[in-house]
Structure formats: C-alpha cells, structure tokens
Design a protein around this ligand. Structure first.
Ligand SMILES: [Zn+2]
Length: 340
C-alpha cells in the first residue's frame, strides 16, 4: 500500500524574471508596471530562501530570464552574466525553459553554450542509477532545441518542451524553421508589427509566440509512451500556455496548442502542464482528463511591498503520491493539485 501522505520531493518554480538594467516601466498594453532591476534581486532572495529553508531537489525556470530591451541597449551579455551568476548560487540543479526574450537576445547556439542550457545528454547515454539527468534525442539536440526530460524521483518525470521550435526568433532568417514561421505569420497576421494581435486571424497568431515541430511532437509522444510503460506521472513544462483557459490574455498561447492538448489527452500519465509567458498567471483544471494547467505569475511584475504590493513571485511545490501542494510566495497563489 502506497503511503500518499509521505512527502516524496519538493522543487522551486520561478518565471518571467525578464531582468534588465533599466528604469521601471509599463508593459506593452500600458496596464501593469514592470520592475526590471528588482526582478534580479527577487531571484537572488528566492534562491537564498530555497537554500536556507527548503529541501528542493531542483528549480524549474519557466523562461524569459532577461528582457528583450537588453539587446537594444547592448547590455545582453552583462545582464545575462549577472543572471547566470545569481542562478549559480542555488545549491542544486536548475531546469531551464527558453522563452521569447532569451531568443531576442541570443542565438540558440549561444544559449546552448550558456548556463541557461541544463547540460542535456542523449537519451541513450543515461545511466539508470543516476538521478536528475536531463536527456533528449540526438535529432532535437542537433537542432539546438531546449527540450528534455528528467526523473527527480522514481514514479515521476518532468518533460520540458521548446515552444519556439518553429518561430521567428533565435535562428537566421534563411533557416527553414524561421521561413516556416514567417510564412505562417504572413498568412495569419497582416499587421506591420506582428506582435500586435489586432486584425490577426486569432489573437495568439503573433510573433512572440511559436509552435512545436512535428518532430518534437513525435518525441513528446514517445517520451510519454515510455512513461506510461513505467507507470510514471508526468509534468510537462514549456514557456507558452497550451490551454486557452490557462491564460487571461488570449494572446499567450502556443500556435499549435490544439495538437499538444491532443497529445496530452491521449496519454493518461500527464498530470499537469506548467507555463509562464502570461505575466498575470492563470489556472485551469480540466475535469475531462484531470490535467492541471498552471500558468505562473511573473516575478517581473510583482509590485514592491513599499508600494503596497506582494513584493515577489515564486513557489515551492511539494509532491506526494496523490497530489502536488503549491506553496506560493508573493503573487503566486497557494493551492493543491490533486492527481486523478
Ligand atoms: Zn514570454
């Protein structure tokens, strides 16, 4: 009989740090303030908290570590370095997702050579006795995708997907995947600024989103099939939400979210999908298949306590045999995600 009351492991979550060495400013829609310098301090304080108070097995970083504006002010390298130095203070592994803002600043090649690529090895090289090995298949690694899976505890697997596989960012314009994205956007979004969703065929057909190639979808399917054979529970993570009701702003959705939802529906091992990208966050529980879709609140937009806000946004998640318990700090709401 499995003791479901026993804590199996914990991990930390933080998303959309979007650090830049610049003055605070409003978001694109002029609705929310962004605290660009403070977000790095918040990361630093979150890591100090985890190191001192929690036995987290790893951190899940859901993308957009530095802001696109660093590119314009020619501060990408120094800001990224400060960020990587802060992450290095964490006394464990960090599982990184890549968001659009990393790709505004750096090429995939540069990111793969950085500390924001979680030392991913090939699936065939994984030694079963080692824990926390990030693994992927050679085709996707050769294609410079940041997608991999790992098992922090027997019976559980995390799968990180690369939501900008097909996108306008991170590759040279002549790359077939960049061309594919440009062709898609030219059909779906007639605006001069294709980050603008007005007049687009659907609100999420904008340049700051992307999609999974058929090759990555196939890899996701086979990874989930392996997990099913091992009776594992799977948490999928990616920068962009894949459920329309797990995003308040209907613009923050994977271009081919329906395809990913279909894969999730066909594999009973999936218990949750975690995302960032939509700074306000949202949660949706699909009773039809028991999958929790959680979009976590951005630390960039956590209003300082001195201005009456919640100061920060990060969470520690405790995993049990029958549920995950989110213990949120600041803007991230606490809650229980019960497994079906
Ligand atoms: Zn984003």
């Amino acid at each position: 009989m499995v003791d479901v009351s026993r804590l199996l492991f914990s991990f930390g979550v933080i998303t959309d740090i979007q650090y830049a060495d610049r003055e605070d400013g409003m978001n694109f829609a002029q609705t929310r303030m962004r605290f660009y310098r403070k977000s790095l301090q918040c990361l630093d304080q979150a890591i100090s908290y985890w190191n001192a108070n929690e036995k987290t097995k790893f951190l899940l970083q859901l993308g957009d570590v530095i802001d696109g504006s660093c590119k314009r002010s020619d501060t990408s390298s120094e800001c990224f370095q400060r960020l990587c130095q802060t992450f290095a203070k964490y006394r464990g592994h960090v599982a990184h997702c890549w968001g659009n803002h990393e790709l505004y600043n750096f090429s995939r090649e540069q990111l793969m050579a950085s500390n924001c690529y979680s030392n991913v090895v090939l699936e065939g090289d994984v030694c079963a006795s080692l824990e926390m090995i990030f693994a992927t298949c050679s085709d996707l690694k050769d294609d410079q995708l940041c997608c991999y899976h790992f098992s922090p505890c027997e019976g559980f697997r995390f799968v990180v997907i690369d939501c900008y596989d097909i996108s306008a960012h991170g590759r040279v314009e002549s790359h077939p995947k960049c061309k594919q994205a440009a062709e898609f956007l030219s059909r779906m979004n007639p605006n001069h600024d294709q980050n603008d969703h007005r007049n687009a065929s659907l609100p999420h057909h904008v340049k700051y989103n992307g999609s999974l190639s058929s090759q990555q979808i196939k890899w996701l399917e086979s990874t989930l099939e392996n997990s099913e054979r091992k009776f594992e529970k799977v948490i999928i993570s990616g920068h962009i939400p894949v459920h329309p009701e797990a995003t308040g702003a209907s613009t923050c959705l994977l271009w081919n979210y329906e395809e990913v939802l279909d894969v999730i529906d066909r594999h009973g091992c999936v218990v949750a999908y975690f995302a960032g990208h939509d700074h306000e966050g949202a949660r949706k529980f699909r009773s039809s298949n028991g999958v929790h879709h959680c979009t976590f609140e951005s630390v960039l937009e956590a209003v300082p306590a001195s201005q009456g806000g919640n100061e920060t946004a990060f969470a520690t998640i405790d995993v049990y045999g029958d549920k995950m318990v989110i213990r949120g700090k600041g803007d991230i709401k606490s809650g229980v995600l019960t497994f079906r």
